[in-house]
Design a protein around this ligand. Structure first.
Ligand code: GLN
Length: 305
């Protein structure tokens, strides 16, 4: 399949969305960008087209990485015990659903309440802050030592992050989050502000697609159980409340972020896509159209049995 052609064919879809504006630094990003990288695991081959090397804020895709890292630090059982696996029916930064349902844990690790809780579980180690550990782990699992924090985006997240603050304090008041709130929020805001490329996200997808083993050096990065758990949660909640829609259309575990990045882990393929124009639900319009085309042409859907 020709990736350059796929970029051209989906380009016009960019006009159907808008860049995120609720974090001011993201509003400055040029919406007219579309990039894709496809990592073929068995051939150990990475093909890219379009804006493949443009750096963008990882935003909610970081929730995949912090979840994997928390599982690495605490074990899968401990993480599963404190987080659910279902959609909320509300926006990703909802402050309503836990109060309404009286549940004692966030609905899933990809809504903001769940992601803040997951980040709060990571403790300082050998004088390394939780964020520094997540950054190191991100560089490894994305195979990119150049990943850094964007200070402007971080400051912008801090200035406009009051909903996230309210979520963290709510979790603390309910004694669900038991570590320091300020540190937990700092970790969360910083992890969202890491700058990645879709090449990086294709590498992350390839580790997930390859049962937790990095295909570029055959080293195990995460346990097989962690890879399976995280892919399952990506399938059910990775695209917010539209996960069901895309499960039918694309059929591949996927997680997107409001910075325009998405990671997908299909059988034998890791996929990274970047396009900052988002629809009402916060999903990447042209990027998901491109992923749908890839899934159809390469027969990637996991329900094709
Ligand atoms: N930093 C963003 C927030 O907290 C991440 C949201 C996202 O990408 N869905 O709202």
């Amino acid at each position: 399949m020709n990736l350059e052609d796929a970029i051209q064919e989906n380009w016009s879809r960019i006009d159907e969305g808008q860049v995120a504006t609720y974090i001011p630094a993201l509003a400055e990003v040029d919406p007219y960008q579309l990039g894709v990288c496809l990592y073929n695991v068995s051939d150990d081959k990475l093909d890219c087209a379009g804006a493949a090397d443009v750096r963008f804020a990882i935003e909610s895709v970081s929730k995949v990485i912090s979840l994997l890292y928390a599982i690495e630090c605490l074990g899968l059982k401990a993480v599963e015990d404190c987080i659910g696996t279902r959609q909320t029916g509300f926006v990703f930064d909802t402050i309503l659903n836990m109060e309404i349902t009286k549940e004692d844990k966030p609905a899933n690790p990809f809504v903001n309440s769940g992601a803040i809780l997951i980040s709060s579980l990571i403790e300082e180690q050998d004088q390394q802050s939780p964020f520094d550990q997540i950054l190191d782990f991100t560089r490894q699992i994305c195979n990119d030592p150049q990943i850094t924090l964007d200070e402007d985006i971080y400051q912008s997240e801090l200035r406009t992050g009051d909903r996230n603050r309210s979520l963290a304090y709510y979790l603390k008041a309910r004694e669900i989050l038991t570590n320091d709130v300020t540190t937990s929020l700092e970790t969360y805001f910083k992890q969202c502000s890491m700058m990645v490329t879709c090449r990086d996200l294709a590498n992350l997808g390839a580790v997930l697609a390859n049962d937790g083993i990095a295909p570029w050096n055959n080293e195990r990065m995460i346990s097989s159980d962690a890879a399976t758990y995280v892919k399952s949660v990506m399938m059910t909640t990775g695209l917010y409340n539209e996960s069901g829609t895309y499960s039918v259309k694309i059929g591949v575990p996927t997680k997107s972020g409001v910075g325009g990045g998405l990671v997908a882990a299909a059988p034998n393929y890791g996929i990274g896509i970047f396009s900052p124009s988002l629809d009402q639900a916060g999903n990447i319009v042209a990027g998901l159209a491109l992923l749908e085309q890839l899934s159809k042409e390469l027969d990637l859907g996991i329900f094709k049995y």
